[in-house]
Design a protein around this ligand. Structure first.
Ligand code: IPM
Ligand code: MN
Length: 397
């Protein structure tokens, strides 16, 4: 086994703490790798006016596989305020570096598994028909298109004349918005391409086939968003009929899906959606398995570049505690997805089992698992720190 080089991008806030602990777990599990640090995030926006420096892009182009901690994304006006004074005149506009990374490298396939752990006190429960409490097992994998749709970045406020006139040629625009002054119009587009839509659908069906799921649920809104969601639905129907006769295709609308996921989450296996709806639904399912402390993700391009990151944010308010209290499991699980991707399945299996053992045993729990609100004193009250959770996992390896 040759030594791998992994780009480690801690990012902002708690990203650093969870990534450090994850690398400790990887080392202890026998993963032989060298980590090179990639600069990304808020710090570099403030000091360089670029949260995704070119040197980081080059690093990822060279080494191909990265672990990513977390990122702070703020609206553009707030971001401008935090820019260092000498950069303020340069006309820089903040945009999320993780979205930039996805687009730059075409990391169009995003996979977000949400599987409940036995013994996790945060597992979703509901009232059964006999009045007793039921804990349905959740095992849904969300395939989120990761580069297009509402995240495509094609948007305007007070669009220039040419753009505005082009919109006016659309009868619905003319009818519904034509009497509003141009200065009062903001437009964000939702663009889907056949190629990217085909790829995310294919990835979802292949996953279902490989791992024995009997259905793929397309979660969009084709009854209203006729062109983009409509195209995706038509393509899914065709793909299922042609290539996956043993897998059922279910079609749900995002709004109804958000309701059903708390009524009967056990019914869902593989779910596929466009970018924004995939974002929403993956948080929805994450809530059923313990929240973002447990939600991991993989983002992959057609060219073999891949970034693995927990679905949680950077939680800046926890970042400067003397002892980090956040749950590292989402990051550790993301690293397991990386190990699967580079064919180190023996190591990922070992780590996943250790994580499952710690959760089931229940003696070491981070504050979220003890239903405490996050404050520095949770450690005194018996919650495990980020490091103690990693230690407990290492001890089980
Ligand atoms: C996610 C996050 C990102 C997204 C943010 C941080 C830009 O919510 O990865 O789900 O919206 O995609
Ligand atoms: Mn999200």
């Amino acid at each position: 086994m040759s030594k791998r080089t992994i780009v480690a991008m801690p990012g902002d806030g708690i990203g650093k703490a969870v990534l450090e602990e994850t690398i400790r777990v990887l080392d202890a599990a026998g993963f032989d790798a060298e980590y090179v640090e990639g600069d990304i995030g808020w710090e570099f926006w403030k000091s360089e006016g670029n949260p995704l420096p070119q040197r980081t892009v080059d690093l990822l182009a060279k080494h191909k596989v990265a672990l990513f901690g977390a990122i702070t994304s703020k609206p553009k006006d707030e971001a401008f305020e935090e820019l260092s004074d000498e950069l303020k005149e340069k006309g820089l506009v903040y945009s999320s570096p993780i979205v930039g990374l996805r687009q730059h490298f075409g990391l169009d396939i995003c996979v977000r598994p949400t599987k409940s752990y036995l013994g996790n006190p945060l597992n979703f429960i509901r009232r059964g028909a006999d009045g007793g409490v039921e804990e349905p097992p959740v095992d849904a994998v969300i395939f989120r298109q990761n580069t297009e749709g509402l995240y495509g970045g094609v948007e305007w406020s007070n669009p220039d004349d040419k753009v505005y006139e082009a919109f006016l040629t659309h009868p619905k625009f003319k009818k519904n918005f034509g009497s509003t002054p141009k200065e009062e119009v903001s437009i964000s587009t939702r663009i889907f391409t056949k190629n990217a839509t085909e790829r995310i659908l294919r990835a979802a069906f292949n996953h279902a086939k490989e791992y024995g799921y009997n259905s793929v649920t397309l979660c969009e809104k084709p009854n209203v968003i006729r062109e983009t969601s409509g195209m995706m639905y038509k393509m899914a129907l065709k793909m299922q009929a042609a290539d996956y006769p043993n897998i059922e295709l279910w079609n749900t609308n995002i709004d109804a899906q958000m309701m059903w996921l708390t009524k009967n989450p056990e019914n869902y296996g593989v779910i596929v959606a466009g970018n924004m709806f995939g974002d929403i639904i993956s948080d929805g399912f994450a809530g059923l398995i313990g929240g973002l402390g447990f939600a991991c993700s993989a983002q992959m391009s057609a060219e073999g570049i891949a970034v693995f990151e927990p679905t949680h944010g950077s939680a800046p308010k926890y970042a400067d505690y003397d002892t980090s209290i956040v749950n590292p499991i989402a990051m550790i699980e993301s690293a397991c997805m990386m190990l699967d991707y580079i064919d180190e399945k023996a190591i990922s299996t070992k780590i996943r089992k250790a994580v499952a053992d710690v959760i089931e045993e229940g003696t070491v729990r981070t504050y979220d698992m003890m239903k405490m609100s996050g404050r520095p004193d949770v450690i005194e009250k018996g919650a495990a720190s980020t490091t103690q959770m990693a230690d407990a996992i290492i001890a089980k390896l």
